[in-house]
Write a protein that binds this ligand. Structure first.
Ligand code: AMP
Length: 360
């Protein structure tokens, strides 16, 4: 793990008047660049040649400068990282950046200052740690079945590292599980395996609240909510699919996002959940989570939110709100996207000479 001291030392050498906001040209980069410009920062896009035209197509959100790479591995090269440091770059890690560079590589081989607490990467990537965090926060979680004989309801079989839910399937019993896992060409390991796990399928509606924890204001902000559009499970109703057809053809590949609001009377619960996740993170990996995170939840008809995952960074669902969201308008008088919110925190911390509180 790159030490905090090493990053603090690099930050001390930065020219604070010339900080550059850098990120990979992908995922939520448009709102990050727009937000950085709105806050008066220089911007830098790390970019594959084929993505450049996307960012050039949107002049208000195109970075001031590009560093073009042919492969994402180049990002880890010393020379490349020194270029970033030379430009006083603070990197904003979004989902694609973390995925393409690799969370482990970021922990051990990326020595450029990044927004947020780098320790969170481990708590997000290791499923056992993730569950420990959510449990400590006292959230309601779906049941996980380790003994096939105990499967007594509809379950989702999930594969570790599956991109966009690819390969997940539904089962209603231990027998059905055995049949399907064989068909999927996976080994049956008494229902326990490092490769997959069996989770209760929670019946209800999905809400993915976005939060921002601000060390400057010492508060957790509920910033927006979205729901993911998932192909093809969200389209199967159009053919009146039966449960058998859903189980046979259903897939969960994210293709887009939809805006949603929750009943105002449910906001209390969402705010409470965000605060509890922050408090647990502060105990587990001090100083805890810094900046954006998102809970993937399902609201049941007893109005309980069941959380099945946390994303400890800016999520693509925030792309719905580049000029502010259904909740950010009650927090800030100006249009405030999540990208801009991140950069605002950098600006506030820099003014107070407390950048080391929010950068690791
Ligand atoms: P994940 O890869 O864990 O984000 O899951 C992909 C998708 O599968 C989610 O966005 C949900 O639509 C669905 N899903 C995941 N876990 C559950 C669950 N326990 N109950 C119902 N649906 C789920």
């Amino acid at each position: 793990m790159i030490s905090k001291d090493e990053i603090d030392e690099a930050l001390r050498r930065y020219d604070k008047e010339r900080i550059t906001i850098a990120t990979l040209c992908s995922h939520s980069a448009l709102q990050i660049f727009l937000g950085a410009k709105q806050e008066g920062f220089r911007t830098l896009g790390i970019c594959k040649p084929e993505s450049k035209k996307v960012y050039d197509s949107f002049p208000l959100a195109s970075p001031d400068e590009y560093l073009v790479v042919d492969s994402f591995e180049e990002i880890l090269e010393d020379e490349f990282q020194m270029e970033l440091r030379k430009r006083n770059a603070v990197v904003i890690p979004h989902g694609s950046f973390v995925e393409y560079v690799g969370p482990k590589n970021l922990e051990t081989g990326f020595f450029v200052p990044m927004f947020g607490n780098r320790k969170v990467l481990e708590w997000e990537r290791d499923r056992k740690k993730e569950m420990k965090w959510l449990q400590k926060a006292g959230l309601t979680l779906p049941q996980v079945f380790e003994d096939l004989a105990e499967i007594d309801r509809l379950c989702l079989v999930k594969f570790y590292g599956a991109k966009g839910g690819r390969g997940f399937f539904l089962v209603g019993s231990g027998e059905e599980f055995k049949e399907k896992i064989a068909k999927a060409g996976r080994k049956l390991l008494n229902g326990e395996s490092d490769d997959y796990f069996i989770q209760e399928y929670v019946l209800g509606l999905r809400y993915y609240p976005h939060y921002f924890y601000s060390p400057t204001f010492r508060r957790t902000e509920l910033f927006g909510v979205d729901r993911r559009d998932e192909c093809n499970i969200d389209g199967l109703y159009r053919i009146g699919a039966t449960r058998e057809e859903i189980q046979k053809f259903g897939s969960y590949v994210v293709t887009g996002n939809l805006p949603v609001v929750v009943r105002e009377s449910l906001l209390n619960k969402l705010i409470d959940m965000g605060n509890k996740v922050v408090a647990a993170s502060q105990d587990l990996f001090p100083p805890g989570i810094v900046g954006p995170f998102c809970l993937e939840t399902i609201c049941r008809d007893d109005l309980e939110f069941v959380t099945f995952e946390i994303s400890a960074r800016i999520v693509a669902g925030t792309n719905l709100y580049p000029l502010g969201s259904q909740y950010s308008c009650y927090l800030f008088e100006e249009p405030m996207s999540m990208g801009r919110r991140i950069v605002r925190e950098i600006k506030l911390a820099s003014e107070k000479e407390r950048l080391e509180d929010i950068i690791y």
